[in-house]
Design a protein around this ligand. Structure first.
Ligand code: ATP
Length: 495
């Protein structure tokens, strides 16, 4: 792989030309880099975007090297397209700036930027044939016909459509139409090609073929590709560098192998590939405890007895017929054939559910043993151990927070109306089926299964996230009532 990867880093801001300046908030995955700044073709500097009172991008900074294939990856609604549209000049940021080759282009209109965009929907002119669709921009620029002809034939060759120039675009397959759209975008020789889910409308087989072709095109053209997708497999296949986003924030930036093997948090581990994510305690360097057992691992540099998240990839757990000396034993509860391997669900004797992938089949009901090797255990710092929420003490026994009013134990020494911080555990929250049964209303916005319970993110009506451990099954998007035991609320005054 080329050594132009891992090229993102936070850099000192020059305020010149930027729209306001966002506070410096450290972002996971950015590593300081001292190499030549001129190598960056694109610099996105502390970018934020609000639509009304909804914040869609939150202090996004990333730096792209000339010729790199960068993929912005994240779930629907995380802000990927908004970021790409700001890069293209179709949207203005609320804060921060975009530089290209060192020049601030935040205010430069799209048609003056040396970049082109390919959209999910091909946006071709239906009344023009393939040739004229591709030649359109050059004709507008009044280039001479011979030069246009030469250039159209060159890009037709690159996108594999030689001999298609006379065809009606309506007569082409989706994949062919997308090739025309790419040809039209690259004929202007942009320095940067922006691609917004360009393969999303294609069927699986066509998508796979086009992925290979795009990779080849990127190599041949030598230009910078910035690619948006929610498909993690596509990102892993295509990219030099992946930028994982969630809720408008960058979660991690790295090479595909780094993102897969060393996710920085449970969101990334869960979003990229299949994972078993469990609560653990890092007893000391190279010793981690989870599933009520101690395991040797290769991780170090944690605090003694630090609470951690442990990631086990399903393909890294060895499964065999039960034997008395095994470190973990359990019973297979489900087995599915996945084409190349089998995927088994195993419930351990101590009640943890693990997903395991193996070329050998172990049927449901079979007693099995498992081995986990030190190298295959990935330990991550736990992002949080309890909830801390801003609130206001309404009176001595009531707190206003999360868009509702909660009963608390009698407070002394804090006057009514004072701003307070409220702390409570993940296990102290009860979620109610009917939103009006709770003291506040929320929506389940992220679900993480942790082997023997669910760890949910619930977003309150006023947009704050709380974290809840539960054994009950909820769906993403479920509207819930939020109840918290009064004695669980630990309140302190904000000075
Ligand atoms: P998808 O993969 O579904 O396209 P995305 O990650 O690309 O999602 P965006 O399209 O950037 O996400 O949208 C992020 C959020 O901003 C969404 O909640 C969306 O509804 C909102 N949004 C986008 N454009 C606008 C707009 N013009 N006005 C108001 N809200 C917007």
């Amino acid at each position: 792989m080329a050594d132009n990867i891992m090229s993102f880093s936070p850099k000192p801001l020059s305020d010149e030309g930027c729209i306001h300046r966002a506070p410096d908030i450290p972002v996971a995955g950015h590593t300081a880099e001292s190499s030549n700044e001129k190598a960056y073709i694109i610099e996105i500097d502390h970018l934020s975007k609000w639509f009304g009172d909804k914040q869609v991008l939150n202090d996004v900074s990333l730096f792209v090297r000339q010729g790199e294939f960068v993929t912005i990856l994240g779930p629907s609604g995380c802000g990927k397209t908004t970021l790409l549209r700001i890069l293209a000049g179709f949207n203005m940021p609320s804060e921060g700036c975009v530089r290209m080759n060192g020049n601030d282009i935040t205010d430069v209109p799209p048609f003056e930027r040396p970049m082109n965009t390919v959209f999910q929907r091909y946006a071709l002119f239906p009344h023009l044939n393939v040739y004229d669709n591709i030649a359109f921009g050059l004709k507008l620029k009044k280039e001479d016909e011979e030069s246009i002809d030469r250039q159209v034939r060159r890009v037709l060759k690159i996108v594999g459509l030689t001999d298609y120039e006379e065809r009606d675009v309506d007569s082409l397959s989706g994949g062919q139409q997308q090739r025309v759209a790419i040809a039209r975008a690259i004929i202007n020789k942009p320095q940067v090609l922006l691609l917004d889910e360009p393969l999303a409308a294609l069927d699986l087989k066509m998508r796979k073929d086009m992925q290979m072709e795009l990779k080849q095109m990127h190599k041949e053209l030598g230009i910078t590709f910035i690619y948006v997708t929610h498909d993690q497999e596509e990102a892993l296949t295509l990219s030099d560098t992946i930028v994982v986003m969630n809720k408008g924030r960058i979660q991690q930036i790295g090479r595909p192998t780094d993102i897969y093997n060393e996710p920085v948090n449970p969101f990334v581990a869960d979003f990229i590939g299949d994972s078993n994510i469990l609560n653990g305690i890092m007893v000391e360097d190279h010793k981690v405890q989870f599933m009520y057992q101690e395991f040797e691992c290769v991780d170090e540099g944690f605090q003694p007895n630090e609470h951690v998240d442990v990631v086990l990839r399903p393909e890294d757990i060895y499964i065999m017929a039960r034997n008395a000396n095994a470190m973990i034993s359990g019973r297979v509860t489900a087995c599915i054939f996945k084409g190349v391997h089998y995927e088994m669900t195993v419930v351990t004797d101590r009640g943890y559910e693990l997903i395991i992938q193996d070329y050998n089949m172990f049927e449901a009901g079979q007693e099995v043993s498992l081995i986990i090797k030190p190298n295959d255990i990935h330990v991550m710092h736990r992002e949080r151990l309890y909830n801390v929420i801003d609130g206001v003490l309404a009176d001595s026994t009531h707190i206003e927070m999360l868009g509702g009013t909660f009963e608390c134990e009698p407070q002394t020494g804090i006057e009514d109306g004072a701003d307070v911080k409220v702390r409570f555990g993940f296990d102290d929250v009860e979620l109610m089926d009917y939103s009006d049964e709770g003291d506040a209303v929320g929506t389940v916005s992220f679900i993480l299964y942790k082997g023997n319970h669910y760890h949910l993110t619930v977003t309150s009506e006023n947009g704050e996230d709380i974290f809840v451990n539960t054994s009950e099954v909820w769906d993403d998007g479920d509207m819930v009532g939020i109840k918290i035991l009064p004695q669980a609320l630990k309140i302190s005054k904000v000075e």
